[in-house]
Design a protein around this ligand. Sequence first.
Ligand SMILES: [Fe+2]
Ligand SMILES: [Fe+2]
Length: 200
Amino acid sequence: MDKMTGTNAPTPLREAVRQEMSPKRYAHTLGVVEQALTLSAPYGLDPLRVETAALLHDICKEWSREDMRKMVLQYYPETLKENDLESVDIMHGFAGAALAAHYFHVEDPEILEAICCHTVGKAGLSLLGKIIYIADATEQGRRYPEAEEIRRRTALDLDEGIRSQLAHIVSRLTKAGKYIHPNTLEMQAWLAGNLRMETN
Ligand SMILES: [Fe+2]
Ligand SMILES: [Fe+2]
């Protein structure tokens, strides 16, 4: 995909994704594609890999909890705990990665990881994974009160933008008394320099 063609140009994958979701979810998805392509351009990532991950990141978001659960238990039986299997927010990335691999035949492990971890995050996430994570939170359709500030920070410094998004999410979930997936806290520690990764 050439960015110069714009995010409305039809491609077979875009068409397949569009048919799998509501117009609202598809508009968000195209917003993530656009933001991810913008953020990745200075790093020279392959735009086709970026677009594939962005297009598929929410491919299962509108599935029922039970369908997500079946998919996750089939393909990631050891990965998610009972708490996680109650949460569509947590499960939809894992179910999406499984669908990307087994239905859309995506083999690139970084694309699959980016889809899998776009909500919960992960310490040691690849550059592609980081870009999808923060593009999801900062695409132009996002209107939560902190979005503009996180968008501004992300444009200046990718990691700083992710740190501010993680702080926002952890604070929101804590205030609401909600469960926080350990990946999110580990990613926060990693980007704060408090968690050393063997591969990084
Ligand atoms: Fe999502
Ligand atoms: Fe999303």
